[in-house]
Ligand binder design. Sequence first.
Ligand code: HEC
Ligand code: HEC
Length: 136
Amino acid sequence: MLVISNDPVKPQAKISVAANVDPHAGVSSSIRGSMFAGKCATCHVQQGIGKSGEDLYIADCAMCHGFRADGGEAPSLVRFNYSHKPVTAYVRDIISHGSRSHLSMPGFLKAAGGPLTAAQIDSLMQYLSWRSDLGK
Ligand code: HEC
Ligand code: HEC
């Protein structure tokens, strides 16, 4: 990292940032999908392997969407009406193929480069529908 200052003696200085503290150090916004690869997978993939429903949600989604799916870094997922088919189709599409506009939401379906089977995504849809009913 290059730091420019108004110090007349040394206007530029190279500083190094400890990389082993924050797992996201150096991660830019152009990393779509790479959270499933390499070391990133220890947190973003491996905990969800073989899981479904709530356990899978907690492992793979809660870190961004909140432990009750009511939002965190990322939007609430309980605000949707899961009895309305076009809405569930939209939600399933984003989970499977990712957001068109936001790099932090990659597609989770295996066919789209993600770690999850279609059956696992079904189980997430059931969990989210149940979770959203709880709030009504
Ligand atoms: C030690 C566990 C861990 C590792 C390793 C890890 N992440 Fe994360 N990641 C998290 C957690 C927890 C969050 C939730 C938000 C936060 O705490 O920053 C997150 C959030 C994110 C976000 C959303 C952040 C935002 O501000 O929108 C992206 C993108 C991301 N990770 C990508 C990566 C990539 C790419 C790698 C590998 C270079 C990686 N992560 C490695 C745990 C990890
Ligand atoms: C690394 C952070 C991160 C993880 C992990 C993550 N998401 Fe997201 N997700 C986001 C962000 C950021 C958005 C907002 C995208 C946008 O604005 O287009 C989003 C959007 C969504 C949307 C669309 C919401 C809307 O308001 O339109 C759904 C549905 C969704 N995520 C479901 C999930 C599910 C289910 C999981 C777990 C399999 C998951 N996400 C994992 C960050 C994440």
